[in-house]
Write a new protein. Structure first.
Length: 339
């Protein structure tokens, strides 16, 4: 990495941090009750001001701040998972949603909701088990007899496994027989941040921070993998070990995000690809940039979900799909011949 390139990367990261701060403030301001930026900042820094009502402080600190922070964590987890998958397979179509991992996590979360009361202990565990089963099935199906992974087979296997787990989730919906559990499962299918709380933020934060930190540890190996498996081996990288580690990490990040916010698709597809176009393929810059932009993207998508049909609230997964589905079709059209 040249000095000029390093400076550019630092400038981009600092710019994205400023964007993140602005996004957090905007995410707290926007809602059924619009809150001035001055009130938001005063509440966040515990500035005593008699002109600020106690109700506004409660809305900022107990309702909107945990919602925005949860969006930041979930968006970052999904974007980093997508960036790691695209680096491993060298293809912009790889993402937790396209490869069926998110659908597996949703089905696992649905099982936990119906049979384990959806507690904060069993819900992430169920989502992780479901995501792990889906991931292992997809990669087993895509692995050829020569030990190589066909990207085309990988995408097709992901679509098929995703459809299978979606059918399982639908079956579980049928078994739920209405009531609160049906509502909970529907929430996980559509995805949203409406049930955010400080507890969910406290549970998700250490997992996401540890997972992203671990992915950052492998950025040099991901860069070496761009040389091909033989080239990576020549510089001391074991591709098979790298595949396994990143499979575990991306599954953990995806499952944790789904457990707290439901199925929110296409962030892991769109954000890493756009960042790669802007910053290049160096994962030392790509991973942290994807984490920041993924968080910002989900915060802004959630703001749109709250305001487009106000006072009704759209599932945020619907908003991300409006952006992601056309982008996926564009990639399929422009890159399909190279799969």
């Amino acid at each position: 990495m040249t000095v000029r390139s390093h400076r550019l990367g630092l400038w981009v990261i600092w710019s994205l941090l400023v964007l993140l701060v602005a996004s957090v403030v905007a995410g707290i301001m926007v809602g059924p009750v619009m809150i001035p930026a001055r009130t938001v900042i005063a509440s966040l820094f515990d500035v005593q001001d008699d002109s600020i009502s106690a109700i506004h402080r409660i809305i900022v600190l107990q309702i909107r701040l945990p919602r925005v922070l949860l969006g930041l964590l979930v968006g970052s987890a999904l974007a980093v998972s997508g960036a790691a998958m695209q680096g491993v397979f060298g293809n912009p179509l790889a993402s937790p949603y396209i490869l069926g991992i998110a659908s597996g996590a949703t089905a696992g979360a649905a099982v936990a909701i119906l049979f384990a009361s959806g507690s904060l202990l069993f819900l992430p565990m169920g989502a992780f088990i479901g995501a792990s089963v889906a991931a292992l099935a997809v990669f087993r199906l895509a692995r050829g007899s020569d030990g190589r992974t066909s990207v085309l087979t990988l995408i097709l296997a992901g679509v098929a496994i995703g459809a299978l787990f979606s059918a399982l989730t639908s079956f579980l919906l049928f078994l739920s027989s209405g009531g609160e559990k049906l509502s909970d499962v529907l929430f996980w299918i559509m995805g949203g941040l409406g049930r955010a709380s400080w507890t969910s933020v406290a549970v998700l934060a250490p997992i996401v921070v540890a997972g992203i930190s671990a992915v950052l540890y492998f950025t040099r190996d991901l860069n070496a993998l761009a040389l091909g498996e033989e080239g990576a081996q020549h510089v001391g990288v074991n591709p098979e070990s790298l595949y396994r580690w990143l499979l575990v990490l991306t599954t953990l990040l995806t499952a944790s995000a789904v457990a707290m916010a439901g199925t929110i698709g296409f962030i892991g597809l769109v954000v890493p690809h756009v960042m790669r176009l802007l910053l290049g393929p160096d994962h030392r810059r790509l991973i942290p940039a994807s984490a920041l932009v993924g968080g910002c993207f989900l915060i802004w998508s959630d703001m749109a979900a709250r305001t487009v049909l106000a006072p009704a609230e759209l599932p945020v997964g619907v908003i991300t799909a409006f952006f992601g589905a056309p982008f996926f079709l564009y990639l399929l059209k422009t890159r399909g011949a190279s799969l």
